[in-house]
Design a protein around this ligand. Structure first.
Ligand code: HEM
Length: 320
């Protein structure tokens, strides 16, 4: 090592407030790094606890965990975008493409759920899971809060009554997903949603506040015109919206249909929702970036444009 590099390292250590001598002394008992310590493989592989003795339950658990790990990567990217100073279109678009790739992976791998478990086994072990449901994935909800303005996550029936001055708690009560857990007649919440809110509501409200002006749409909307008028960025945003809110939602819906419709009678969801009505994108019409779609595209949301969407070459049909 050259003397100059040596000095540079010592200077960095001092800047970090480390006592150089004891730091170097400590290096004497330094243990060489191993793959298993760094990746924490043993801890990771000890986290798959079945509730039944049916082998395919392992497929179910591991695949859900893989989803949660990818959700973590997505939130990681979203946070970096939210905190980026002087955001420019090229960086913005590159990071959105990363997020889309994670979601692409989740979409193309959903077959692991749809085709990878014996129906008979699934019907047995699912009975041990109620009232738990993927609905209670907190990271999935956070991804939504970090992607779009809150109004786009509000149930269509209440949108007119909610604006930027509405208290967050009130907006929370009118999120689209409340419909999956409420008895329409009495307004009473299901046990699935009660437990979910007990555990995460405060965290969600903090998160909603944090991303209120830093979600992907707000970041885009606040770009200077020069950066905003970038068609590649707009295409990246459309791709993300389509992948999350049509492709993933439809893969999920088709999987639920196979298992819950596949048995002799239509099965109740473990979380207890009226799932057929609730989950289809043509009913929910969930969109992160509605202003980036034409009126026709929005009218056909979830019906015709399942596999792909048009790549734009200009801004003609958009309302921005
Ligand atoms: C056999 C596989 C699956 C079936 C049958 C299934 C079924 C369902 C059902 C019926 C619901 C509605 C809520 C309820 O009443 O339970 C739901 C919601 C949900 N599930 Fe799954 N699911 C499966 C796999 C997955 C996977 C792998 C994930 C990934 C984490 C996931 C995440 C979610 C999420 C985020 C929701 C809420 C969606 C929304 O609010 O629109 N599910 N699932």
């Amino acid at each position: 090592m050259s003397k100059e590099i040596d000095k540079e390292i010592l200077k960095t250590l001092a800047e970090k407030g480390l006592n150089t001598e004891s730091f170097l002394e400590g290096l004497k008992s330094f243990k060489p790094l191993t793959y298993w310590d760094y990746i924490q493989t043993e801890s990771l592989l000890n986290l798959q606890i079945q509730r039944s003795d049916l082998p395919d339950e392992m497929v179910f658990i591991v695949y859900h965990q893989i989803n949660e790990l990818l959700f973590k990567m997505i939130l990681w990217e979203l946070e970096q975008l939210a905190n980026k100073k002087q955001l420019i279109a090229v960086f913005f678009s590159e990071r959105l493409e990363r997020i889309s790739r994670y979601f692409d992976m989740l979409c193309s791998s959903f077959k692991i759920m749809k085709d990878g478990m014996e129906l008979e086994q699934y019907m047995k072990f699912r009975k041990t899971l109620a009232p738990a449901s993927g609905f209670q994935s907190a990271q999935y909800r956070k991804i939504e809060f970090a992607c779009t303005e809150l109004i786009n996550l509000i149930d269509f029936r209440f949108r007119k009554t909610i604006n930027r001055n509405t208290p967050f708690k009130h907006a929370f009560e009118h999120l689209y997903w409340q419909a999956a857990g409420k008895n329409h007649k009495t307004g009473e919440k299901s046990i699935m949603i009660k437990l979910f809110e007990e555990k995460y509501m405060e965290d969600f409200i903090d998160f909603m506040k944090k991303y209120n002006n830093k979600n992907i749409w707000s970041l885009f909307d606040n770009l200077p015109d020069k950066e905003k008028n970038n068609i590649d960025l707009v295409n990246s945003m459309r791709h993300l919206d389509h992948t999350v809110n049509i492709k993933w939602v439809m893969q999920h819906f088709n999987t639920a249909s196979k298992y819950l419709d596949g048995a002799n009678k239509v099965e109740k969801a473990t979380g207890g929702s009226d799932w057929k009505k609730y989950m289809h994108p043509k009913y929910q019409r969930r969109t992160f970036f509605p202003k980036l779609w034409s009126v026709t595209e929005l009218d056909n949301w979830g019906e015709q444009n399942l596999e792909g969407h048009e790549i734009l070459s200009n801004f003609n049909d958009l309302k921005i």
